[in-house]
Design a protein around this ligand. Sequence first.
Ligand SMILES: O=P(O)(O)OC[C@H]1O[C@](O)(CO)[C@@H](O)[C@@H]1O
Length: 423
Amino acid sequence: MKLDFTNVNLDKIDSYENKALDAFDTLMNKSGEGNDFLGWIERPVDYDKEEFDRIKKAAKKINENSDVLVSIGIGGSYLGIKAVDVACDSYFNSKRKVKLIYAGNQISGQYLSELLDYLKDKDYSLNVISKSGTTTEPAIAFRFLKEALEEKYGKEEAKERIFATTDRQKGALKDLADAESYETFVVPDDIGGRFSVISAVGLLPLAAAGLDIDKFMEGFKEGMDEYTQKSFDNPAIKYAAVRNMLAEDGKDIEVLVNYEAKLKYIAEWWKQLYAESEGKDGKGIFPVSVNNTTDLHSVGQMIQEGKRNLFETVIEIDNQESDLTIKEDKDNLDGLNYLAGKTMSFVNKQAMEGTTIAHVKGNVPNIRIIMDKVDEKEIAKLFYFFEIGVGVSGYMLGVNPFNQPGVEEYKAQMFKLLGKPGY
Ligand SMILES: O=P(O)(O)OC[C@H]1O[C@](O)(CO)[C@@H](O)[C@@H]1O
């Protein structure tokens, strides 16, 4: 993976070097706020191998008895899974035996009732994922799905089809799982939700869907080898420094851009990572995302000519799994013969280059992240890059990047309205 900058004025970047390297030290020496949530740093080499094997066995069992695995969770207990799932699947011709379907990531009664209907004639299992075990959205979804599963298979077989990923020892979900003797997997104490895709949170559903979790772990390991080097040439540190420099210059919205639709949920994962890590104490760069070229025909206007308070980070993919070459047409009524012999990925690349030139003309600084290809390994590496990046960036900003106290406020107000005891 490479990092590139266009129209980022790097004249002042040297003055951010020491601050970035100090923030990196704070992260790696575990001397900053939130240092009890840094288990993800060494996780690529320091993980429970026995649990890893158990994950593979559970995935095999799900493959033997299910066509669908309903992955129930929200935030960090949802987005990383969905990101890798979508990015690594075929758009139309999925070869997977087990389809991942998500629930508990919102509170739509229509969604859940339609899902319950859909599942009636499917063989399925449930993976309920909640670090706290008390999050309302997955708890409600699980209550309905558990009941439906028990009705379909009987209480005893249902127990064999429910997998709970939660805290090692406490919380409502842990208590329920113990009471019902579900197989449980652990969200480690020292890994926050938005960093947890490397744990059983991500590994079990991804393995069940047939993704290669060994390759996924290898990618994290490669990320660890590369992005934990103390050097201003370390792209993760450089990225953190450039973002902070741009933010201090009034560019406090970062737009993550992709040109491949299957990366959409990578951006959703990234948004949680950066928003929950940095958005506090009245600070932070607001993370948004666009999927191009689709969104060039909607918010492209705003990026080109709206308020000049944003910068872009573009994910470029060098190699595609499949492609098409545009053919000569004898009538050429659509006027596209000038593209004959060109591949669609070439056209897409020119769209990306042209957009960069246009946006740079419009004074939108442009960071480019160049990935070789999209697979389990490369995505894990990208995740690790962004995780180190956010740790360094958050400490540079002067916040604790590893808590999310603000999320409680909506919950408290909602509980009050719902009449939850104690609110
Ligand atoms: O896994 P849990 O505890 O249900 O939490 C889900 C998500 O909710 C939050 O705590 C707040 O949104 C996130 O940090 C977390 O990823």
